[in-house]
Design a protein around this ligand. Structure first.
Ligand code: MCA
Ligand code: AMP
Length: 513
């Protein structure tokens, strides 16, 4: 691949007629391809005027907007490293990310400028801008003074393009370093694998601070020169209405569940669509089947990670490499994508035969360059022959389909967002009167899985479950808050004294069903 700057590759795929509409928003704004090009050039020129070294981080916590996407493109264009942050994160979370990544630039909403800038300046960041979802803020005001022409920086395939914070298998959040080459190779391969065609239109309804909405969806559309119908927030009814003008949709399972609750989801409503893609969390077979029944479309489920972008996918068309199969099989995540080697290994480090369950390990041009400033952690997560240990547990069947059956990492995926029990337990354990706590994931009809906290009090202390929840709400992103909290006399333990979370999961499994 001659082209290494991801932006340049995306730019090369823009249609010849730059005045065509590239993005149509749900509040009636149209952005042309020329707008994307010019605005990202102005923002890249602003960055260059700041005289910060190539490879500096640009940390961004802003509401979803087309300008926020332009900011991402400008960051790539200028050879800087994009660090997207969930808008739900609160001050302690932001303080950790900014302190760890030491960004040269921080961009936040004007409502949060007071506390975010304080954190940023303390961490040594010199430039803090604001960007709101109504096309205002100091970032755009400053960029307006810069030229709309810009030559993208030359990048090597291994140069960093983004850092995504994720907890991996254990412990504190780690910044997964993704390069231009990681993302470009994945995007180019998926364009072909998912059969992107001229005339495709993507409904973009996901947040743009994680891999799914930021990379898989945006890169897919831009690399195909495809228009995006841009929803600032997921709304099932609006997505269904837009299906008449669109062909591709990507969502986490919760989005499909919520659309199935709408009577307006019919074959007729979905007849213009070509492809529905799901991922980020397990898609229940009931949802997969109900979708076929209601719309006549078979959802294509795929599997990925922040550390690897996309790893496996059910086939779009006949896949000659996998016994000529084209079936999208519910409950599976399909085949390893072209270029990805995937194996299932037992605890003894040996490859397992067909059908046996073990740890999923992967290798390929999509696999990240390690955790930011954590060489030891990085080393632990790779095998001696260079495979990344995903922390997912699964099997490969005789037809080569991969199925994920669980996770060895202690992780709850709620509505497509990751919740790390150790982090929440840490906050609960710090509360006065708490002796110990355990957070477990249980099934939930809307979010797939949600956290339930089980807490024991110190001798003589009185604890109130509602107060524990209220306290967490003041400290953590809203999706991390346990949906229920129980104060109990003791936690189940094995003979080694370790809390048996499986017994707690069993005990509370029907809480929301
Ligand atoms: C919102 N709430 C949640 C979640 N989202 N609770 C648990 N899990 C969630 N995911 C709670 C809030 O705390 C709040 O509770 C109440 O729901 C309403 O909040 P609101 O923001 O209005 O909710 P919403 O707009 O209905 O959001 C639900 C959502 C959203 C649309 C499903 O969570 C979402 O966009 N999820 C997609 C995440 C995603 O893009 N993941 C991709 C990661 P209260 O009222 O009590 O405060 S990338 C990835 O995983 C890999 C690489 C991959 O393979 O793609
Ligand atoms: P993240 O850390 O946000 O990148 O989340 C990655 C994790 O999401 C993976 O390690 C899997 O556990 C999970 N995941 C992604 N796609 C799927 C899927 N289709 N089915 C089950 N789990 C998935």
């Amino acid at each position: 691949m001659a082209q290494h700057n991801l932006f340049s590759a995306l730019r090369a795929a823009f249609p010849k007629d730059l005045d065509q509409i590239a993005v149509e928003t749900d509040n009636g704004l149209n952005y042309s391809w020329r707008d994307l090009d010019r605005a990202s050039a102005m923002l890249a020129n602003l960055f260059e005027s700041l005289d910060i070294p190539k490879g500096s981080r640009v940390a961004v916590q802003v509401e979803k907007s087309v300008e926020a996407m332009m900011l991402y493109l400008a960051t790539l264009r200028a050879g800087l490293v994009f660090l997207p942050l969930n808008t739900a994160y609160q001050s302690a979370e932001i303080e950790y990310f900014v302190g760890n990544a030491e960004p040269a630039v921080v961009v936040c909403s004007s409502a949060n400028f007071g506390w975010v800038s304080k954190i940023a300046f303390k961490a040594g960041t010199r430039h803090v801008f604001t960007l709101d979802d109504d096309r205002t803020g100091s970032l755009l005001a400053r960029a307006a003074h810069h030229s709309d022409q810009h030559t993208p920086t030359v990048q090597q395939a291994d140069d960093l393009a983004a850092i995504l914070y994720t907890s991996g298998t254990t412990g504190r959040s780690k910044g997964a370093m993704l390069s231009h080459g990681n993302m470009l190779s994945n995007a180019v391969m998926l364009k072909d694998y998912w059969g992107w065609k001229p005339g495709d239109v993507l409904i973009h309804a996901l947040p743009i601070f994680h891999v799914h909405g930021l990379f898989v969806a945006i890169h897919g559309a831009l690399l195909n020169g495809s228009k995006m119908i841009w929803l600032s927030k997921f709304d099932p009814q609006r997505v269904i209405t837009h299906m008449a003008q669109a062909t591709v949709f990507m969502g986490v399972p919760t989005l499909y569940v919520r659309m199935l609750n709408e009577p307006s989801l019919t074959r007729e409503a979905a007849k213009h669509m070509r492809l529905f893609i799901a991922g980020s969390a397990p898609l229940l077979i009931e949802t997969f089947n109900a979708w076929i029944e209601r719309t006549g479309h078979t959802i294509l489920e795929r599997y990925g990670m922040s550390e690897t972008v996309m790893l496996t996918s059910n086939p779009y068309a006949v896949d000659a490499r996998y016994k000529g199969q084209s079936e999208r099989r519910g409950g599976t995540v399909g085949f390893p994508l072209p270029g990805v080697s995937l194996r299932v290994r037992g605890d003894d480090g040996h490859n397992l035969p067909v059908g046996e369950i073990g740890g999923i390990e992967v290798k390929g041009p999509n696999v990240f360059h390690g955790y930011w400033r954590m060489p030891e952690k990085t080393k632990e997560e790779f095998t001696s022959d260079g495979y990344f240990k995903t922390g997912d547990v699964g099997k490969i069947d005789e037809r080569d389909y991969v199925t994920i059956v669980g996770r060895s990492k202690d992780l709850i995926i709620s509505g497509g967002y990751n919740v790390y029990p150790a982090e929440i337990e840490g906050y609960i354990n710090d509360m006065p009167g708490v002796a110990e706590s355990a957070l477990v994931g249980v099934a939930h009809p809307d979010f797939g899985e949600v956290g339930v906290a089980v807490v024991i009090a110190k001798a003589g202390a009185q604890l109130n479950a509602d107060q524990i929840i209220a306290q967490l709400k003041s400290q953590l992103a809203n999706f991390k808050i346990p949906k229920k909290c129980f104060v109990v006399p003791e936690l189940p333990r094995n003979t080694m004294g370790k809390v048996q979370k499986n017994l707690l999961r069993e005990q509370y499994k029907s809480l929301f069903l």
